[in-house]
Design a protein around this ligand. Structure first.
Ligand SMILES: [Zn+2]
Length: 326
């Protein structure tokens, strides 16, 4: 069960030990960047908790009756919930509360709540009662890449298990071995994905590749960015991707300007352009900072149109000023 999880040895070892020693708490919060194995690990942990023999190795045995039920996704004591639409609502939590208040089929209920941070406050409050007085040996596993969005009262009742970013080489290897991505593309996607397999897979789509081309064209000449270009404002997800691509591009330019080293460059297919770019370090630093500001604004729910208009105007002025000075 834990066999498919890569690069999260600390978290996995800790969960196995807890299970083996029978020192399992009522609630866990799995945190870390998106796409690094939190959900997969939560499922493996759930399997180990349900397994009748899990106390021996800390993992699921894979052969007992409980494991077979779990593997066929039919274990009556396992509840998995996640967003329906944009959020996890009060009705879902009420159904969950009702389910775990019944006597378990075997010895405990296990609940996995994916993207727990999108629980409405109302839903979190409804869940809190169950968390305060967990029925029997029930275990709740909350998974979140934005734990700051959870109510402090919920946070304080969970043991946090941290998941880390994966190394670029490991992400690339996963893409090649498990997702049939060609090696060269896998390397670029992995480098751009900042240690997340999920993100790397998103970046590998033709749509993402097309978006990157547009971003690099705007980066090359922000003054010409058409602020009414629909792709700038198609949605928050696109805007986020825009800013990620842009941030990596300016970082590459800055790194090369400062170190002359190409080993750290992410946009490896654009080496020539990066080497020939004539920007100053100060311009590039300002550009990196401007993009970071844009990313912060987007996270703070500022409308993507405002963010992108502000950013392209700022970049145009950053690169304009110095070129007139030169
Ligand atoms: Zn088993």
């Amino acid at each position: 069960m834990y066999g498919h999880i890569r690069g999260q040895d600390n978290a996995v070892a800790r969960l196995k030990t807890l299970r083996r020693l029978g020192k399992v708490a009522h609630a866990y919060l799995f945190t870390g960047p998106p796409g690094v194995g939190k959900h997969t690990t939560a499922k493996a942990f759930a399997g180990a908790l349900l397994c009748d023999a899990g106390g021996e190795t800390g993992g699921a045995c894979g052969i007992c009756r409980q494991c077979r039920l779990f593997q066929s996704a039919a274990h009556p004591d396992l509840q998995m919930i996640g967003p329906e639409g944009a959020s996890i609502g009060i009705d879902q939590v009420r159904r969950l509360n009702a389910a775990v208040s019944r006597k378990p089929y075997n010895h405990r209920h296990v609940v996995v709540i994916d993207a727990a941070d999108v629980c409405t406050d109302q839903a979190q409050n409804a869940f809190l009662k169950t968390l305060e007085e967990p029925p029997g040996a029930a275990v709740f596993i909350l998974v979140s890449d934005r734990p700051e969005a959870l109510l402090p009262t919920v946070l304080s009742r969970c043991c946090e298990v941290k998941f880390r970013r994966l190394g670029v080489d490991l992400v690339a290897e996963e893409l090649v071995q498990r997702h049939d991505v060609p090696a060269v593309e896998a390397k670029a996607a992995a480098a751009l994905a900042g240690g997340s397999i999920g993100r790397a897979l998103e970046l590998h789509t033709p749509a993402a590749a097309a978006l990157r081309e547009k971003v690099l064209a705007v980066a090359a000449n922000p003054a010409l960015a058409r602020v009414n270009d629909k792709t700038l404002f198609a949605g928050r997800a696109e805007a986020r991707q825009w800013l990620d691509f842009m941030s990596l591009w300016y970082r590459d330019l800055l790194l090369y300007r400062l170190t002359g080293n190409t080993g750290l460059i992410v946009n490896t297919d654009r080496l020539q352009e990066i080497k020939q770019a004539a920007y100053t370090a100060s311009q590039l630093l300002k550009a990196v900072e401007s993009v970071e500001t844009g990313q912060k604004m987007l996270r703070a729910n500022v409308h993507q149109r405002l963010v992108m208009e502000g950013l392209t105007a700022r970049l145009a002025s950053v690169f304009q000023k110095d070129s007139s000075r030169a």
